[in-house]
Design a protein around this ligand. Structure first.
Ligand SMILES: NC(=O)c1ccc[n+]([C@@H]2O[C@H](COP(=O)([O-])OP(=O)(O)OC[C@H]3O[C@@H](n4cnc5c(N)ncnc54)[C@H](O)[C@@H]3O)[C@@H](O)[C@H]2O)c1
Length: 351
């Protein structure tokens, strides 16, 4: 098992990250919780809910249920179950369940206790750590939210056994992203040398990978807990390209596949600006291809206007201009505006 660790966030609040090797451990931790417990899952993670939990809310799965109605259901259930401020809300699910439950916990009686048990790869390495809570509102993704770190994140790799392949590959996109944000190349070397075992979800290999990936995320959020210094924004590497691709892709593309493509475009952009050399591009593209990501995907010329309009809407704006996360090497992100002509040359077919 990877070692447990804690991450210190805003005002010295810490999140304890622990690896658990069986769902029995989860039951034991819940039994050890002082006070009342309410557990929130969705229909796909509900099978993991320990029998002993009577107070439970099972939400319908999917981003389109990341709504006020879901928060209302949780808060109503909390009232029915007489939860107090020292009671615990536990989220057992992917990023959607964790984001909604965390928002509910931050609002209920001005904040009750919160434990997250992520059950998707994306949520384990990304959404569960860092204190961001959210629901979508009137078409705006994550428009309403608070900052409310969980007291514990319990990582249970065995929950990934039932995760559909497409969701697993999607989560891996974020892990690969972390490899380029890490200065010591340990995660890069690990991903490079264990590809087969990672793709076949070998448990021991996964635990090591999760530990390395989580430490990269932790190192960025600890240095910039409230995303005010530009350090934490580096975690959006590849995301400006990815969000624009996702928004114009009519047939739907998974987030992680878009992120992997976005990372390759950010690396190409860094190269075009003279920030990295051939060898770095070769290493980055090689790793992304090794995991089967299509980094040669390009946008049809007739979709360019939609693509660049979507880039403009991206939230990482500074003084009216969009700042992309680029790289000067492993673990050396920089935020920089990029001219539209350069973006076009990187993403449009035949440009
Ligand atoms: N708070 C943050 O910092 C942060 C960071 C990144 C992403 N997010 C949010 O996370 C969400 C995406 O997270 P996600 O990819 O986990 O999506 P998700 O929660 O929708 O889960 C993806 C699918 O997998 C299913 N599922 C979950 N666990 C399963 C399991 N063990 N076995 C089988 N199926 C399972 C879910 O029901 C869902 O259908 C987005 O809403 C995004 O905004 C938040």
């Amino acid at each position: 098992m990877a070692s447990d660790f804690s991450v210190t966030l805003k005002n010295g609040i810490s999140t304890q990250v622990s690896f658990i090797s069986s769902m029995k451990d989860l039951s034991r931790i819940i039994e050890g919780c002082q006070g009342n417990v309410l557990l929130v899952a969705d229909a796909n993670s509900a099978y993991l809910v320990p029998d002993q939990i009577k107070n439970r809310v099972i939400l319908p799965p999917g981003e389109r249920y990341k709504t006020w109605q879901a928060v209302e259901r949780i808060v109503s259930a909390a009232l029915d179950a007489h939860l107090a401020r020292d009671s615990v809300m536990i989220a057992l699910g992917g990023g959607v369940v964790c984001d909604i439950t965390a928002l509910s916990a931050s609002l209920y009686m001005r904040g009750c206790r919160l434990i997250l048990v992520p059950t998707t790869l994306l949520c384990m390495v990304d959404a569960s750590l860092g204190g961001k809570t959210a629901i979508d509102f009137e078409g705006g993704k994550n428009l309403i939210g608070t900052f409310y770190p969980a007291e514990k994140v319990l990582v249970a790799p065995q929950t990934l056994d039932s995760l559909p392949e497409s969701e697993y590959i999607s989560g891996l996109g974020e892990v690969l992203k972390h490899a380029f944000l890490s200065g010591d190349e340990e995660l890069y070397d690990f991903l490079h040398s264990r590809c087969d075992r990672i793709l076949s979800r070998d448990r021991g290999t996964l635990v090591e990978m999760l530990g390395l990936s989580l430490h990269v995320k932790a190192s960025y959020i600890e240095r910039d807990p409230e995303e005010k210094k530009g350090i934490r924004q580096a975690l959006n590497l590849g995301h400006t390209f990815a969000h624009a691709l996702e928004s114009i892709e009519t047939f739907g593309i998974s987030h992680g596949i878009a992120v992997a493509w976005g990372v390759s475009r950010a690396v190409a952009c860094s190269y075009a600006k003279g920030l990295v050399d051939d060898e770095f591009v070769h290493k980055a593209d090689g790793l992304l291809r090794m995991y089967g990501y299509d980094i040669d995907m390009r946008v049809a010329p007739k979709r360019w206007d939609d693509f660049i309009a979507a880039v403009g809407k991206d939230k990482k704006r500074a003084s009216g201009s969009v700042r992309f996360v680029l790289l000067e090497g492993f673990g050396k992100p920089v935020l920089s505006p990029v001219e539209d002509d350069l973006v076009r040359s990187l993403v449009v077919q035949g440009a």
